[in-house]
Design a protein around this ligand. Structure first.
Ligand SMILES: Cc1ncc(C[n+]2csc(CCOP(=O)(O)OP(=O)(O)O)c2C)c(N)n1
Ligand code: SF4
Ligand SMILES: [Mg+2]
Length: 370
């Protein structure tokens, strides 16, 4: 991290909807040049909350996601002036307005491209993408794919409400087969996309899932995602109570959720159920649900975040009848980031270069315009 005490103060906050953060309260570290210690003021969730009116429908799951991100940010020890939230278009993509950091409300589906540009231009920045199932997987699917395979050190929060919320309830790539919406009055005949499987297929190095109604779990996953060096992809099941209410009821209602969810914890056995009496075993590559009482502990699958094959098997389970939906970190592996390799390449090229830019620009076919 650069010495923030040497940086100029951020620009003043501009009224009229631009998303510039207000001036910092205080430097975040010792002022080395002045040889004095300025006390570090710990930021709180409130410091990450902007002065913009939140314009989501009352009861929307987006509120919980915003609250968990704002609560987690102080624990990440990042400066607001070095943090950028980039979004496309959608209810979820209004996210940057509500974060008291830098932000970019881009065009539909292009948040990954914009975020990649931000990171490439200044690798020191802490870059986040907020996107929806439509924005990130429909019009922006191609861009999400390339972000994930390139492995920029960027965090992607994909709000999955299985609907286009902002445009008032059309089906999305994650809407289930047969779903009746305004644009599928006879039921969707599209096969739904599983975002976690998609991210694994793109060879993302960090892939996770959480739920709007489980704040503690979401905060833990956000922290792990932020700590990951490489692109982190986090699918968050989010209830759109206006156009797709109850899409995740099985996974959020107190009396049934434990039978429908399995929480992934590295090194821990996959046991679930209200009475912790069910478990996942593997027969070859096929998962099976068994009663804990009918099996031995060594037969029960232990989660391994480093195993991409296991991650894919577990990701598929959420589409399979009779299987619990996994939440948690499916995969977390290391691979060089795009910006690290890019920086190395530029450095090497500069060291070897004997070039003269002025000479180059004036060489070959040049014209004088009179
Ligand atoms: C180029 C372009 N095409 C279509 C639209 C219309 N549009 C705006 S948001 C949206 C879908 C957003 O869905 P999602 O990403 O799931 O966000 P949500 O509102 O559900 O959070 C669409 C199709 C647009 N703004 N720009
Ligand atoms: S339309 Fe749905 S997703 Fe959009 S703000 Fe309202 S409840 Fe949330
Ligand atoms: Mg959506």
């Amino acid at each position: 991290m650069p010495d923030t005490s040497k940086m100029p103060p951020p620009p003043p906050f501009k009224a009229g909807g631009s998303i510039a953060p207000p001036p910092m309260k205080a430097p975040t570290g010792p002022a080395k040049d002045l040889n004095i210690d300025i006390p570090v003021i710990a930021l709180t969730a409130k410091d990450f909350s902007s002065d913009q009116d939140v314009r989501w429908c009352p009861g929307c799951g987006d509120y919980s996601i915003l609250a968990q991100v704002q609560r987690t940010m102080p624990d990440l020890h990042v400066s607001r002036h070095q943090t950028v939230f980039v979004a496309g278009i959608g209810c979820s993509s209004r996210f940057p307005y509500y974060m008291n950091t830098y932000g970019f409300h881009g065009i539909h589906g292009r948040a990954p491209a914009i975020a990649s540009g931000v990171k490439a231009a200044n690798p020191e920045l802490n870059v986040w993408v907020a996107t929806g199932d439509g924005d990130g997987l429909s019009i922006g699917g191609n861009h999400t794919l390339h972000l994930l395979r390139r492995n920029f050190n960027i965090n992607v929060l994909l709000f999955n409400n299985r609907i286009y919320g902002l445009t008032k309830g059309q089906y999305s790539p994650t809407s289930e087969h047969g779903k009746k919406t305004k644009s599928t009055p006879y039921g969707s005949i599209d096969h739904p996309l599983n975002p976690v499987l998609f991210a694994l297929g793109c060879e993302a190095t960090f892939v996770a899932r959480s739920i709007d109604r489980d704040p503690k779990h979401m905060q833990e996953v956000i922290k792990r995602a932020a700590a990951h060096h490489g692109t982190s992809f986090m699918e968050i099941y989010q209830n759109c109570n206006i156009f797709n209410d109850g899409a995740f009821l099985d996974l959020t209602e107190k009396d049934v959720k434990d039978d429908h969810l399995v929480v992934l914890t590295h090194g821990e056995p996959l046991i679930f159920g209200k009475n912790k009496d069910k478990a996942i075993v593997l027969e070859g590559f096929n998962p099976r649900v068994v009663n804990v009482a009918d099996t031995t502990p060594d037969q029960i699958v232990r989660h391994d975040e480093k195993n991409p094959i296991l991650a894919s098997i577990l990701a598929k389970m959420s589409d399979m009848e009779g299987f619990p939906t996994p939440i948690g970190i499916f995969l977390s592996v290391d691979r060089a980031t795009y910006e690290d390799e890019m920086t190395d390449q530029i450095k090497t090229a500069r060291e070897k270069s004997t070039g003269d830019l002025k000479k180059l620009l004036n060489s070959g076919n040049t014209w004088q315009v009179n």
